[in-house]
Ligand binder design. Structure first.
Ligand code: UDX
Ligand code: UDX
Length: 456
């Protein structure tokens, strides 16, 4: 099917490449000329494992353009995947969504077009998007009569595993108030729902994985599923982090506690990894949006609010622990291992490393960071902060009064801690992700403090 994707970011590009790989004719539209030029050369603007490989496998079904007319004219399905970042008051910024809807209204010409909100949009926006498309269509095509419908198809992709999360999804959720739109999207996703596509060598189908649930609903339910899913995942993480602070006090080990509760099939063991907590473009934005939607209806959403409060506290706790160990931060040099908000991505949005770095700089410390993948992006996006950058992981330790592990990149586990220790002014490491092996650091004479474990 002729498919257009508006927005070639983490979500739009992953969706477009996967749909093209499934055999659909996909045209990806963006406003960022550099991104489009790089994509035309097969170069992805983001780091996502295997995206470049799948891009080249799907290239014959994929086009990239800045030209809305070329992208939308023949489209039967149009995905909107533009940014919906948070405004200061927690509401999402819908400027880009609006301009995407307007250009859809101007350019579509197929007899029946399904417009799909892939971006996370406030509950009830589907109708709003439809009215914008309608007004723009009427104003620009007075003598034509394409019919179109807006559907919601929220994404559940985790960065760093986005392609496998899409090709081998737990479920595809589609919301629309018109059965025909649901049928069109079922047809679009058919190869994925029935797992009839040939799985790429570098993204093998999980053992015994046969089919994907296709859940259809009305628009609002699909929109709320996205927010509720993210808020619940964020809550799970904040819950184990709340327990981790108590476990430090009582001398328990949060890894055992997490494993012990996670073995209960009603709880499940995923998203119970205690540590610095969540960052990224979704959990913070979606919990804020859910709370602001609740406020519109006079609801306070206390549990979702608590998930946010606990999460923010985790970052403050890293600084508090450092203060209690070093007493003075002024003039100290603190190293930060890991800048991306999580491993296997170069995404720095709401990265705990930036928040913690700024809190340390506010207290007069010097901060030097390293990340195996997101360094170039950090040097650009954090240019206006005094955060400095080290050429490699071990250099973060030289002359350091303390080193914080903030992102659990695998390579940090196997550093030569003996060599690192020799260059440290003060041999203290705070592990914010429960990632490092205590024995390796202890034998190097480094004091290790791990969030969630008592420091005895
Ligand atoms: C986006 C939303 O931010 C998120 O809320 C939703 O869950 C999925 O879509 P992401 O793909 O990470 O997530 O956004 P981003 O990486 O910012 O990419 C958005 C893309 O849209 C950018 O490439 C931007 O250039 C493009 N864009 C933005 C347009 O093509 N047109 C616009 O008017 C604005
Ligand atoms: C999340 C949701 O998982 C995904 O379904 C949604 O579509 C987009 O938002 P993402 O933010 O890319 O995906 O990554 P995820 O793996 O969920 O991690 C989010 C944050 O939670 C990261 O900062 C990670 O470090 C943190 N996290 C995750 C924990 O602190 N503990 C955990 O157990 C899991």
């Amino acid at each position: 099917m002729k498919t257009a994707i508006i927005g070639t970011g983490y979500v739009g590009l992953t969706t477009g490449v996967a749909l093209a790989y499934l055999g659909h004719e996909v045209t990806c539209l963006d406003v960022d000329a550099t991104k489009v030029e790089n994509l035309k050369k097969g170069k992805s603007p983001i780091y996502e494992p295997h995206l470049d490989e799948l891009l080249s496998l799907a290239s014959r079904n994929l086009k990239f353009t800045l030209d809305a007319d070329a992208a939308l004219r023949d489209a039967e399905v149009v995905f909107i995947a533009v940014g919906t970042p948070s405004l200061p008051d927690g509401n999402p910024n819908l400027t880009y969504l609006k301009s995407a809807a307007q250009s859809i209204g101007e350019k579509i010409a197929s007899p029946y077009v399904v417009i799909v909100n892939k971006s996370t949009v406030p509950i009830g926006s589907g109708n709003w998007v439809e009215s914008i498309v309608r007004d723009s269509y009427r104003a620009n095509n007075p003598h034509k009569n394409s019919s179109f419908i807006v559907a919601s198809n929220p994404e559940f992709l985790r960065e760093g595993s986005a392609l496998s999360d899409m090709l081998y999804a737990d479920r595809v959720v589609v919301g629309a108030d018109d059965q025909k739109a649901l049928d069109v999207l079922r047809k679009l996703y058919q190869p994925l729902l029935e797992q009839t596509f040939e799985s790429p060598a570098f993204l093998p189908r999980p053992e015994g994985f046969r089919a994907v649930h296709f859940l259809t609903s009305d628009l609002q339910s699909a929109e709320l599923i996205k927010y509720a899913a993210n808020a619940f995942l964020a809550l799970k993480i904040s819950f184990i982090n709340e327990i981790s602070e108590l476990s430090e006090k009582v001398g328990a080990d949060i890894q055992h506690v997490s494993r012990g509760i996670g073995l209960d099939s009603r709880i499940g063991n995923r998203f119970l990894q205690a540590g610095i907590g969540w960052g990224g473009s979704c959990f913070g934005k979606d919990t804020a949006a859910l709370i602001s939607t609740g406020k519109e209806y006079g609801l306070s959403m206390p549990i979702t609010q608590a998930a946010r409060d606990v999460n923010m506290r985790q970052r403050a706790r890293m600084v508090e622990i450092l203060m209690s160990e070093l007493k003075i931060l002024k003039g100290r040099k603190i190293g930060i291992l890991g800048l991306s908000f999580k491993p296997f991505t170069d995404d720095l949005r709401d990265a705990p490393a930036l928040d913690i770095g700024n809190r340390l700089i506010e207290r007069g410390a010097k901060v030097v960071g390293f990340d195996p993948i997101s360094m170039e992006r950090a040097k650009k996006e954090w240019a206006d902060t005094p955060i400095e950058f080290a050429p490699d992981a071990e250099s973060v330790f030289s002359e350091a009064d303390a080193v914080l592990l903030v992102t659990e990149w695998p390579e940090f586990k196997n550093l030569s801690f003996d060599r690192c220790a020799k260059h440290m002014k003060n041999r203290l490491v705070l592990d914010g992700r429960g990632h490092l092996e205590a024995s390796k650091l202890q034998s190097a004479g480094i004091q290790l403090i791990t969030l969630g474990r008592s420091s005895k």
